[in-house]
Design a protein around this ligand. Structure first.
Ligand SMILES: Nc1ncnc2c1ncn2[C@@H]1O[C@H](COP(=O)(O)OP(=O)(O)OP(=O)(O)O)[C@@H](O)[C@H]1O
Length: 344
């Protein structure tokens, strides 16, 4: 097995008394894109800056392509790490053309070898080489920033919330194109984001951070389907968390007996149900009353109240399910549910 492209072992970093990273262990496989996902202030940017070399770690080690770049052995400066950074605002040189921005880190042979045109093609900007940054849209400027990062073929590309300043529609297209460009170039990437959709849709693996620690690192589907704890469950998507009692492979819940997925222990548990697992039907047991429904185009979210007062939100996809407040519905759960020890 080939060594990971990036390995962090026990990395700690504080700013004065504030611990921004509290012992981070992480591996990124070659060619993968890892998303570091977490709320504001959890330490994402600090982690990226420690990998890039802009910050010195207080403890632990950072290895890039098997070579120690930070730790007890010393601190390799950023320009010697062969790690490229795509900043939030692109940070293009305003007085340089697109081609000169992209070619900035290349030697003469690389510039002449057609690498600039190649990476501009990769990011969908073939033919834009003579434009100046102010003649580009925000999205195009970010594409140039990605091309500039890829140009010298760095083993590792770090992307620091690169799409956050762009509007939603532009972001979706750019995410897919940037993912494809990284893949086509064989680059390994680390993407910092606080956007769950971005992390789940782009990355091969998602590291969820909270309070300076990685609380879960797994494939996107696993993080969504099998979150490590109720906090992760809520952070990576909409979550219905209900108190229940586990009994072997079944949980006794306000919605009846539900099959359990994975280990849970016995006794008081909290079960996780995703809103798309809930089915609301006019027929059947009138177990709930509709409180409100909000329409989102691709789906609708319907909040219902059970007889015991519990509120649940279901996601429905079919157009024929407009449900007025006060309507009586039956609630059923599709598939197995995950349970966590303790009450909600
Ligand atoms: N230069 C600094 N001096 C002092 N404290 C800092 C400094 N930079 C970051 N911090 C603190 O370290 C913690 C982690 O910050 P960091 O910027 O890494 O978080 P983040 O997850 O990237 O947040 P955001 O999503 O808001 O950018 C926060 O409590 C922050 O206030």
């Amino acid at each position: 097995m080939t060594a990971p492209m990036l390995t962090l072992t026990g990395v700690a970093k504080g700013y004065g008394p504030v611990p921004a990273l509290a012992g981070v262990d992480l591996e990124v496989a070659r060619g993968d894109l890892l998303a570091v996902l977490g709320p504001s202030g959890c330490g994402k940017t600090t982690l990226l800056r420690c990998v890039a070399g802009f910050e010195r770690v207080d403890a632990g080690t950072v290895e890039v392509a098997g070579r120690a770049v930070a730790g007890a052995g010393g601190h390799v400066p950023p320009h010697r790490r062969r790690v490229a950074v795509v900043p939030q605002d692109g940070a293009l040189f305003p007085h340089l053309s697109v081609a000169d921005n992209v070619g900035y880190g290349l030697d003469r042979a690389q510039r002449r070898g057609g690498r600039i045109a190649q990476v501009l093609e990769l990011v969908g900007l073939g033919g834009y080489d003579r434009r100046m940054p102010h003649q580009l849209s925000g999205g195009q400027q970010q594409r140039v920033a990605v091309a500039r990062a890829l140009a010298p073929r760095p083993p590792l590309v770090l992307l620091d919330e690169p799409f956050s300043a762009l509007d939603a529609q532009l972001r979706t297209g750019l995410r897919a194109d940037v993912r494809a460009a990284l893949r086509a170039d064989g680059a390994t990437g680390v993407l910092v984001t606080h956007d769950q959709g971005e992390a789940l849709s782009m990355a091969d693996a998602v590291a969820v951070m909270n309070g300076g620690r990685i609380v879960q690192c797994a494939a996107p589907a696993e993080v969504y389907r099998d979150p490590a704890d109720p906090w992760v469950a809520r952070f990576v998507g909409d979550a219905v968390l209900l108190p229940a009692t586990a009994d072997a492979d079944v949980a006794v819940t306000p919605l009846g007996r539900l099959p359990l997925r994975g280990p849970s222990g016995a006794g008081a548990v909290t079960v996780l149900i995703r809103p798309e697992q809930l089915r609301l039907e006019r027929a059947g047991d009138c177990a709930a009353t509709v409180v409100r429904q909000t329409y989102h185009g691709h789906d609708a979210l319907t909040t219902v109240r059970l007889a015991d007062g519990t509120l649940l939100t279901a996601r429905t996809l079919d157009e024929g399910t407009a449900l007025p407040a006060g309507a009586r519905v039956g609630v059923t759960v599709r598939g197995a549910v995950r349970a966590y020890p303790g009450s909600a």
